[in-house]
Each structure stands twice: as C-alpha cells, then as structure tokens.
Design a protein around this ligand. Structure first.
Ligand code: PLP
Length: 428
C-alpha cells in the first residue's frame, strides 16, 4: 500500500505533514529558509509567477518554504483546504476581514471574545467602515436578528472566556448556511487537537499560534485556515473582478482556494503582516508535540478546577470540564478530549480587588503575566491589571468581577500546582 492511500492519524500528521526530508541536504527537521527573496529560473517563469499562472516563491512577505511547511501542517491538522501564516493572531483576524469585507459591511460576532479581539472589532473596524454587532453566543434568535443584507461574516470562539462558554458551532454553521455567509471560528483555546471546527461546519478557522500551538511562550504568530467548502460564487469581494489584482476573479480562478489566495496575494502583500520564517520554525517545534502537551494541559486543568471547586475560599469555577458548568455537555460534544486549560474562578471575601492582589503576590509557581497557553502555569487578576480602570459595577457588567482570577494551566507536576494555589488561598 502506498502512503497516498493511507489517511494518517493526527499525531503522525503533527510530525510529518507539509515536509519531506530536504532533497539536497537530507535535513530531517524543517530547515529555516531565512531569505527575503528567491531567484527566478527564467524571465518567463518570473512572469508566470507574478501572473499567478504558476505557484512558487516570490518574496517572503507572500510565501516562504518554512512558513509553507507550518501552513500545510496546520491545514492537515484542521482538516482544511489550506492555511496562511500571519505575524500574530490579531493579524490573522484582520487578514480575514480585509479579504472578505468592504466599507459598509457588517460582522456578527459572539460577545464572549478575547479582549484584544473586541477592541479590534470595535475601533479598528470603525476606521475601515466595518460594523461589528455583538450577540450572546447562546442566543440563536439574537444571531438571526443581527444579520442584515450587509452581513458578510459570523464570528465566534470555540471556548470563550471568562465564561468558559463552548460555542454550538453546528447550530451557528446552519444559520450561516441559511444566510449564505461564511462562519469563522477562533480555535486558539482548543487547538486542532481538542476541536476541529471545520468538521462541524465552520468555513474559516483562525488561531493565535502564540498560545498552545507554539506552546512555549517564545513566539508571536497566527494562522488563517480555509475549509474550501464555502461557495463564494455570489460573494462580492471574492467573486467579482478584483481591481487590486488586475481584475482577477478569485473564485472563478481558484475555486476552493479563492479566499486564501486572495488573503495571501492581496492582503498579506498589502498589509505586510507576514509570519517570519524563524517564528514559523519555532511554531513547528510546538506542533510536533501538540497532542502530548494538550493531554497533559487538560489533565492538569481538570485537577486544578476540581480542587478549586472544593475550596472554601472559592466562589465559583468556570471550567467546562466540570459537571457544574452549563457548558459541560457542549464541551463533551465539541472537545471530547477536554475543554482546554484556560479558565477563570472567583475568590470570596469583602474587598475582592485587594484580596485578588494578595492572592497573586502569594503564588510561587504561577507567573503573573498577560498571556495564556504557555508550558508554564500563568495567572492574571483582571481587576487590578487589564481592567483596572473599570468600577466594580462596570467589571461585573463585562463579566469580569473584582474577585475574578484567570488561570492558564501548564505542564508542571499536578501536586505542585495544587500546593501553590492552596498556600496562596490560605494567605488571603
Ligand atoms: C492571544 C489571542 C488572540 C490574539 O493573538 P496574538 O497572537 O496575541 O496577536 C486572539 N484570540 C485569542 C483567543 C487569543 O487568546
């Protein structure tokens, strides 16, 4: 049986997809092609490349062999048609919008979003003439009601925080289908190991690869993934002649790859927010151990969530792996191997802002910083950091109470994590 007939498992693709040993040197690991540009074989070949009649390397802002290995590996793991790497998760989100939308267009988005995403959707979109409408992700009538003839995209996160809400992707994909708009899912907190939104009907998947994909807190990167299943036949920006590429009709020319081709040769070309080959290399190192790390992240997160839920100084724990979570059933369906390792809990007491600070300062192993998805355990107290300018009432309204603590559980010895949290809770 040849390898072409075999559908390899997730772990095998994590290690092998998108790369064969280098034909010239035999290098087994994916080499870092640290080059800006590529010599053309002939003037004719160069002309074909620029006319998109041939696919090949032109300039690293548009494509690069190390980045291509990362892109192909992600596409394989997400069961997608292709992927485009970007400078960051924020750049990946912006690339989707700049590829699909025009001034006057609208996005309907879940309101359970990463804070930076909400800011981007409200403020940067306004400068582009794009409106984002936010809805409660569990209220499907609200999704329907927010869609207008100018809606060009539905958007949500697989696992939203701080609520630990698991999105019903299939239900949302059905709504997207009825209204002929694509559905984009930010799958950062789940990774393709825990959830593959395309297999549930999503058309576009986006990641901050900065988090669990890289997994070691050393590189910023992002990626946009396309299912190849959305019919862009009547979708203005993808079907109509594009003046930015000598009136090319992307859907007629590239079919299932139209959205990503446009994202690459127009959006990346013009925004310049490409992934560096060195970061692509580091993200590939992360991908090669993704399943092993995620199993361990999830096991530690479940143990920590159960420990906190039973602790007298803890008011609530919002982890969908707990039976007490309203999202427990959805988590079992969409993330059967576990709903990630980022979640929030609330500490009790009267002056919660102060108690939160004392708790953070008493921790030893957990690093106090603004990131998630590191191999090391991380903690942040939004009320005294990212959200400190808000009043207690405003904090509650944005779903971030004064006593809320967000954890990103790492790969340390489970007992050590429980010990650290226990002694910090005793200190308050
Ligand atoms: C971090 C993050 C982003 C933004 O990604 P960057 O790589 O930091 O630009 C977007 N969405 C989610 C869910 C994130 O956690």
């Amino acid at each position: 049986m040849s390898t072409e007939d075999r559908k390899f498992g997730f772990e095998t693709r994590m290690l092998h997809a998108g790369h064969i040993p280098d034909a010239v040197t035999g290098a087994r690991a994916v080499p870092i092609y640290q080059t800006t540009s590529y010599v053309f074989d002939s003037a004719d070949y160069a002309a074909q490349l620029f006319d998109l009649k041939q696919y090949g390397n032109i300039y690293t802002r548009i494509n690069n062999p190390t980045t291509a290995a990362f892109e192909e590996r992600i596409a394989s793991l997400e069961e997608a048609a292709g992927a485009v790497g970007t400078a960051s998760g924020m750049a990946a989100q912006l690339a989707i919008m700049m590829t699909l939308l025009e001034p006057g267009d609208e996005v309907v988005s879940s309101q359970h979003l990463y804070g930076g995403t909400r800011t981007q959707f409200v403020h940067t979109f306004r400068k582009l003439g794009i409106e984002a409408r936010f809805v409660d992700p569990d209220d499907f009538e609200a999704w329907e009601a927010a869609i207008t003839p100018r809606t060009r995209l539905l958007y949500g996160e697989t696992i939203g925080n701080p609520q630990g809400s698991v999105l019903d992707i299939e239900r949302l994909a059905a709504i997207a289908g009825e209204h002929h708009v694509p559905l984009a899912i930010d799958n950062t907190f789940a990774t393709p190991y825990l959830c593959r939104p395309i297999t549930h009907g999503a058309h576009i998947v986006v990641h901050s690869a900065t988090k669990f994909i890289g997994g070691h807190g050393n590189s910023i990167g992002g990626v946009v993934v396309e299912s190849g299943e959305f019919n862009y036949h009547h979708f203005p920006t993808i079907a109509a002649p594009s003046p930015a590429y000598h009136n090319l009709r992307f859907f007629d020319t590239f079919g299932h790859h139209a959205f990503l081709m446009k994202a690459r040769v127009e959006t990346l070309r013009d925004t310049g927010a490409c992934l560096s080959p060195f970061n692509a290399f580091l993200l590939i190192q992360g991908l090669e151990t993704l399943s092993v790390r995620m199993d361990r992240h999830v096991a530690n997160a479940q143990a920590v969530a159960e420990f906190l839920e039973g602790h007298e100084k803890v008011e609530y724990v919002a982890y969908p792996g707990l039976k007490s979570s309203p999202y427990h059933e959805a988590a079992r369906k969409y993330c059967p191997k576990g709903p990630g390792a980022v979640f929030s809990f609330g500490i009790g007491g009267s002056d919660k802002r102060e108690i939160g600070k004392t708790f953070i300062d008493s921790l030893n192993l957990f690093s106090h910083l603004a990131n998630v998805g590191d191999a090391r355990s991380l903690v942040i107290h939004p009320a005294s950091t990212t959200h400190q300018q808000l009043s207690d009432e405003e904090l509650e309204a944005s779903g971030v109470g004064p006593g809320m603590i967000r954890l990103s559980i790492g790969l340390e010895s489970t007992d050590d994590l429980l010990w650290d949290l226990d002694q910090a809770l005793r200190a308050i």
